[in-house]
Design a protein around this ligand. Structure first.
Ligand SMILES: [Zn+2]
Length: 224
C-alpha cells in the first residue's frame, strides 16, 4: 500500500470527506481542536479545514464557542466587510500556527521562542480586553464584549483555552498523535493512566496497525 492508498484508506475509515462540518473534535480543549483544523501536521500535503471566515464561524458555533445569535451577527458583519473577514481568517491561521508551536514546545519540554511568547501575549491582552461580566439568572457570568462587531470574537475563547492549558498542571498531558503513523493532531490525554497514544483508534491507531502489518508482510524494517 503506498501513501496515496493510505490516505484513501484513511478517508474510507473515517467514512466521510474532509469538511469543517464533520471535523473530529478530539483535543479535549478548544485551543487543541483549533490546532487540529489542519490534517495532517506530519504530511507535506495537508488539508486545511479553515478555508473561509464562514468556516471559522461554523467551527466555533459547532464547538459552542459562539451563540446562534452571535454567529449570525458575525456572518452579517463578514458579508458587509469581506476584506476584514479575509484578514481575520489570515490572523486565525497565524494564531493556529502560533498555538501549534507553543504546544509542541510544551510537549517537547522546550522553551517557546521569545517572539512566539510576545505574539501570544498580544492575543492574550486582546482577549482579556474583551472579557466582561454579564448578569446571568440570579447571578453573574463571564461574557464577551462583542457589540463592536469584532470579527476576531471566535478566536477569543480559543486564546482563553490556550492560556488555561499552558497554566494548568496537567499541561504535561498534552500529546501529539505520533509520527510516523500518526497525524500530529494534539490532544489532552484524559485517560485514567495517561496512556492515550492516538488522536483516535479509528483513524491513526488502526492505520498504524495496518502499516505494521504491511511492513511485516513486505519484510520492511519497523521504524524505530
Ligand atoms: Zn492521528
Amino acid at each position: 500500500m503506498d501513501r496515496m492508498d493510505f490516505s484513501r484508506y484513511t478517508e474510507g475509515m473515517m467514512g466521510k470527506t474532509l469538511s469543517i462540518d464533520t471535523i473530529d473534535r478530539i483535543g479535549n480543549a478548544p485551543a487543541l481542536d483549533f490546532v487540529n483544523t489542519v490534517h495532517s501536521h506530519l504530511e507535506t500535503q495537508s488539508h486545511d479545514y479553515l478555508r473561509s471566515y464562514g468556516d471559522l464561524l461554523k467551527w466555533a458555533r459547532a464547538g459552542d464557542l459562539l451563540s446562534v445569535a452571535e454567529a449570525r451577527r458575525l456572518a452579517g458583519t463578514a458579508t458587509d466587510h469581506p476584506r476584514r473577514a479575509g484578514r481575520t481568517l489570515r490572523q486565525a491561521v497565524e494564531l493556529r500556527g502560533l498555538l501549534h508551536r507553543l504546544f509542541l514546545a510544551v510537549i517537547r519540554d522546550q522553551r517557546p521562542s521569545a517572539d512566539d511568547m510576545n505574539s501570544f501575549n498580544r492575543w492574550v491582552a486582546d482577549m482579556f480586553g474583551h472579557r466582561r461580566i454579564d448578569r446571568s439568572g440570579a447571578g453573574f457570568d463571564w461574557g464577551w464584549q462583542s457589540g463592536d462587531g469584532a470579527l476576531e470574537q471566535p478566536l477569543w475563547p480559543v486564546v482563553l483555552s490556550a492560556t488555561e492549558l499552558l497554566m494548568a498542571a496537567d499541561r504535561r498531558r498534552i500529546k501529539e498523535c505520533p509520527a510516523p503513523d500518526g497525524c500530529g493532531w494534539l490532544f489532552l490525554d484524559r485517560s485514567k493512566n495517561g496512556t492515550r497514544r492516538w488522536c483516535t483508534m479509528r483513524a491513526c491507531g488502526n492505520i498504524s496497525k495496518a502499516r505494521r502489518h504491511y511492513r511485516r508482510r513486505s519484510g520492511r524494517p519497523e521504524p524505530t
